[in-house]
Design a protein. Structure first.
Length: 119
């Protein structure tokens, strides 16, 4: 499975961005999908995840709950991360990931997209 992330950029505090991650290859399997991020000098951390069926099967890191929303369109093999009320501490490289047995230990990673939140 190949994952291609896009949608990053520079935004001011309080602004919004929408990240997309398109999957190709063996997309017939029921992968759980998610987003991680890595800020400079810090370890990569989990941000949000969504189960194969989507809907209520979503989960978030405490730091983004209420501000970020993850969703997926299985017909398009794409997962989205809508990020609202962005803060400078959200600045990081964001990676999408896919896993058959949950997304917290992914089987596949995308290449990352930079999100920078200015003050």
């Amino acid at each position: 499975v190949q994952l291609q992330a896009s949608g990053g950029g520079l935004v001011q505090t309080g602004g919004s961005l929408r990240l997309s991650c398109s999957a190709s290859g063996r997309t017939g399997s029921r992968y759980n999908m998610g987003w991680f991020r890595q800020a400079p000098g810090k370890e990569r951390e989990f941000v949000a995840g969504v189960s194969w069926s989507g809907g209520a099967g979503t989960y978030y890191a405490d730091s983004v709950t209420g501000r970020f929303t993850i969703s997926r369109d299985n017909a398009k093999n794409t997962v989205y991360l809508q990020m609202n009320s962005l803060k400078p501490e959200d600045t990081a490289v964001y990676y999408c990931a896919a896993g058959l047995n949950g997304v917290l230990v992914p089987d596949y990673w995308g290449q990352g997209t930079q999100v920078t939140v200015g003050t």
